[in-house]
Design a protein around this ligand. Sequence first.
Ligand code: NAD
Length: 257
Amino acid sequence: MDDAQLDRIAEMLASAERGVSFTGAGISTESGIPDFRSPGGFWDRNDASKFTIQNFVRDPEHRKERWKMAAERRSFVRDDVEPNDGHRALARLEELGLFRGVITQNVDRLHQRAGSKEVLELHGNATEYMCLSCDDRGPISDVIERVKAGEEDPSCEHCGGIVKTATVSFGQQLPADIVMEARRWSYDADVFLVVGSSLLVYPAAGFPEIAKSAGADLVIVNKEPTPQDETADAVVLGGAGETLGAILERVEARVGS
Ligand code: NAD
């Protein structure tokens, strides 16, 4: 890592008043959850075109396979993972009053478990289930227990409807209120910090563009280049945990805590 560059980024973050973090699957790989598009990622092992809401509703065999994957911890439904230094650093930036919170594409709830208070989940979360008919919700572990006990395609215990993780699948709308709030944060941000996102999926990848065009300093921390590196004010090609840990140390030294 380049010390001078980390110092420059820490300077930007330490003077932030309305900083916003924006995260993708890459911040959680160090916790053991694979991302989508890296080699060995989820789409290397699964056919993306099948993972639509239409397929889930239409095809009981697809639902059975999805629940089997969840019960065997082969998906993002995981109860055996912990937040890492990357999640903790972003929570600390919020605690220091420099950052407003996190906009995340992740569904793993690791930001909240690391201490982040303000988290806008663009794609819902995989720690809860929801009934597609009556909107009954509860812990995903309840459904996983039923699958492990032999129910291949568990239905809603209240209305018999189709049950699914409380996530946004391909073909489903992003929650309009969350998108609106994320847009507001992005327009209003003075520093916008992207961590672990390929920035290939819209509308999510549009938030750093909004922030930059509205005057924010754009910082990107990712293992590989993204399409927005050219417009960014600083880019670190590296692991999220180590990089954010090194930046946070410098920020704390500057704000005197
Ligand atoms: P993505 O897979 O498209 O991109 C992840 C990026 O993170 C890649 O560019 C990769 O180089 C980088 N990366 C991997 N490990 C890293 C590390 N340790 N440090 C820094 N960078 C690292 O993921 P995306 O941009 O989030 O978009 C895809 C979608 O994936 C999201 O919509 C999300 O819903 C879903 N998803 C969520 C989870 C989760 O909740 N943990 C996991 C996989 C996918």
